[in-house]
Write a protein that binds this ligand. Structure first.
Ligand SMILES: [Zn+2]
Length: 114
């Protein structure tokens, strides 16, 4: 029997996504308005849940467990829809993309009406 995959909070998954994109702990802390120690402790919690020794290994394990999906799109309407489909809270990147998408659509409708 395979043990159930460790459950990470959306924030923890986002943290791994940031790491996978090459963000440093300092960059994550800055963009989330966290203390660097706070950002580090999230990493620690994730490593413990995944049984990883390093953040690099945590990202790798998360990919293997499909917690992270390298090919998944983020930052546009499709990414936003994918979050919704999975019952997730869309990430900030996708929220911004969706806002833009809706603005464009609203613009289009206005054009048609005129
Ligand atoms: Zn997203």
């Amino acid at each position: 029997m395979t043990p159930p995959p460790p459950s990470l909070s959306p924030r923890e998954v986002e943290y791994l996504q940031c790491l996978a994109q090459g963000d440093t702990i300092q960059e994550i802390a800055r963009s989330w308005h966290y203390e660097e120690s706070g950002a580090r402790s999230i990493g620690e919690r994730i490593r413990k849940k995944l049984g990883a020794k390093t953040n690099t290994q945590a990202v790798f394990i998360a990919c293997q467990l499909k917690i992270l999906e390298p090919n998944r799109r983020h930052g546009d309407h499709a990414g936003y829809a994918a979050h919704k489909y999975r019952g997730e809270e869309p990430c900030d990147l996708c929220k911004a993309g969706e806002r833009e998408y809706r603005n464009v659509r609203r613009g289009t409708r206005k054009d048609t009406a005129a």
